[in-house]
Write a protein that binds this ligand. Structure first.
Ligand SMILES: [Fe+2]
Length: 191
């Protein structure tokens, strides 16, 4: 189940909202201009699917989002755990990339076809931690301060939607707030 936790940005020990109710999550996020919806999960994808395989499995849903939101580029990527030092260091590097607060000039729109990850949105003096799971589509609007934690053993397949194909750039704010809030591992373990 998707899990939304809301804290004041000044105090990670004070939980304002904690819910696994999809409609409640949708309502909370809508106030921030964040779209959240759930698609039926397609089973039978290989453990390391190609981008085309993932996009084909969700083609009608993807087409609808592209049409509604005007995206021009869509792809899918995966993180599939392996017990090698190479994978462990690659995974740690991938995790670090967007673990500090940042913004993007474009929306960050993601669908989880497998696995999970946490988007933390820093808006209106609060932090909204959305632990997304398979079937979740979440859009972080352009210029929204946020960070993303895929955990220490990342395992997911995600579809990404872009309004341009100039490459995905993070504009880091320098705010170290992310360090004060429960990580992906901690939120997952506490369920
Ligand atoms: Fe981001």
């Amino acid at each position: 189940m998707t899990l939304l936790t809301v804290w004041p940005d000044t105090d990670a020990s004070q939980v304002l909202v904690r819910t696994e109710d999809a409609e409640e999550i949708k309502g909370e996020l809508k106030q921030l201009g964040v779209r959240f919806s759930r698609w039926p999960v397609v089973t039978g994808l290989p453990s390391e699917p190609s981008s085309d395989e993932v996009l084909a499995a969700y083609s009608s849903y993807v087409a609808k989002v592209v049409e509604t939101e005007g995206y021009v580029y869509v792809d899918a990527l995966h993180m599939t755990p392996a017990d090698t030092p190479e994978w462990t260091s690659m995974a740690a590097e991938a995790r670090q990339k967007f673990l500090a607060e940042h913004t993007h000039d474009d929306d960050e729109d993601r669908f989880f076809a497998r696995g999970s990850g946490v988007f933390y949105l820093h808006v209106n003096g609060k932090v909204y931690g959305v632990l997304c799971e398979a079937g979740d589509l979440l859009s972080v609007p352009a210029n929204t301060t946020h960070w993303f934690d895929m955990g220490t053993r990342p395992d997911y397949v995600a579809i990404r939607f872009f309004h341009d194909d100039d490459g995905w750039v993070g504009n880091f704010t320098g705010n170290r707030l992310a360090e004060d809030f429960p990580s992906f591992d901690e939120l997952s373990a506490a369920r």
